[in-house]
Design a protein around this ligand. Structure first.
Ligand code: SF4
Length: 256
C-alpha cells in the first residue's frame, strides 16, 4: 500500500457541492466515531498501520465532509505520523480556501476547485499546494493558459479531474450530466496539457474509478477498509497479515 486515506469523523459538511461523491456511498458513511468515543483504539490502530505498512509513502487527510471542520483531528494525524513515520508525506484535501496556519505543517494542500474565478483568490504563498480542478461547465471555453495566468505561485501543481458519477444517487448524476465541461473544451485542454512544456506540474485524471484498489482507507472507527466503497470492517492485524502474504491482492480482485 503506497497511499492511505485517513478520514476525519463524519459531520454535516459546511459546503453543499452538487457533485459530492460522499453522498453517493451506499453505506451512507455510517461508521462509529471511535476517534471521539474510543481514542486509544483509534490511535493504537493508526500507529499499527504506520508501523506495519513499511511501503507507505503518502497519507491523504480527507473526509466525508471537509476535513477542515476538524482541525484538531488534522493536528493529531500530523503529530502521530511525524512521530512514527517521518518519511511519509502528508496531504490534505480541502475546499477551505481561507489560509490557515495548519497548511504550513503539511507537505501538500490539495484545494478542490469547481469555479474558474476561485483560482485567483487562493493564496498559496508559504505553502505547497495542488489545485484539483474539477471539470465543470464553469471552465467551458477556458484554456490551460487562462488558468495558468490566474496562478501567481509557479510551484503550484495542477490536476484536472473529471466529475465522478458515484454509486446510487440520481440527483448527483443528473447534475453532473448537465454541468460537466463541454467536450470541445475538454479535447482542447487534453491537447494543451499533452503539449505543455512549462515549469508547472500538470496532469489530467479522467477516470477516478482507476484509483480503486490503489489505496486503503482508515476511518474514524479505527478500522482499515479496502476503499471508500467498502463497508465491511477489516481488523488491522488480519488486514496486514493478508497484505503480507499476498491475500489482499486476491481480495481486491474479488471486490471489483
Ligand atoms: S466539500 Fe467535499 S464533502 Fe463537502 S459537500 Fe463538497 S464535495 Fe462533499
Amino acid at each position: 500500500m503506497k497511499s492511505l486515506q485517513v478520514l476525519t469523523p463524519k459531520r454535516e459538511c459546511i459546503f453543499n457541492c452538487p457533485f459530492c461523491i460522499s453522498k453517493t456511498h451506499v453505506h451512507d458513511n455510517m461508521f462509529e466515531n471511535n476517534y471521539e468515543n474510543n481514542y486509544e483504539l483509534w490511535e493504537n490502530n493508526f500507529i499499527k498501520i504506520l508501523k506495519n505498512y513499511e511501503d507507505l509513502k503518502t497519507i491523504v487527510i480527507t473526509g466525508t465532509n471537509d476535513p477542515m471542520q476538524d482541525i484538531c483531528c488534522i493536528e493529531k494525524i500530523i503529530e502521530i505520523v511525524r512521530e512514527h513515520r517521518s518519511d511519509i508525506k502528508i496531504e490534505l484535501q480541502t475546499r477551505y480556501y481561507i489560509k490557515n496556519q495548519i497548511y504550513k505543517k503539511l507537505d501538500i494542500v490539495a484545494f478542490s476547485i469547481d469555479k474558474f474565478n476561485v483560482i485567483k483568490k487562493i493564496d498559496t504563498t508559504d505553502i505547497n499546494a495542488r489545485f484539483v480542478i474539477l471539470l465543470t461547465d464553469d471552465f467551458n471555453q477556458k484554456s490551460l493558459y487562462d488558468i495558468i495566468d490566474l496562478i501567481n505561485n509557479k510551484d503550484v501543481q495542477i490536476t484536472f479531474k473529471s466529475l465522478h458519477y458515484g454509486e446510487n444517487n440520481n440527483k448527483i448524476s443528473n447534475w453532473i450530466k448537465k454541468h460537466k465541461i463541454d467536450s470541445a473544451t475538454l479535447d482542447k485542454l487534453r491537447t494543451e496539457i499533452n503539449n505543455y512544456r512549462g515549469i508547472l506540474s500538470i496532469r489530467i485524471d479522467e477516470n477516478c474509478m482507476d484509483s480503486k484498489g490503489r489505496y486503503m482507507v482508515f476511518r474514524e472507527d479505527g478500522n482499515l477498509y479496502l476503499d471508500f466503497y467498502s463497508k465491511d470492517k477489516e481488523y488491522i492485524n488480519e488486514q496486514y497479515e493478508a497484505y503480507s502474504n499476498g491475500k489482499l491482492q486476491r481480495i481486491r480482485r474479488k471486490s471489483r
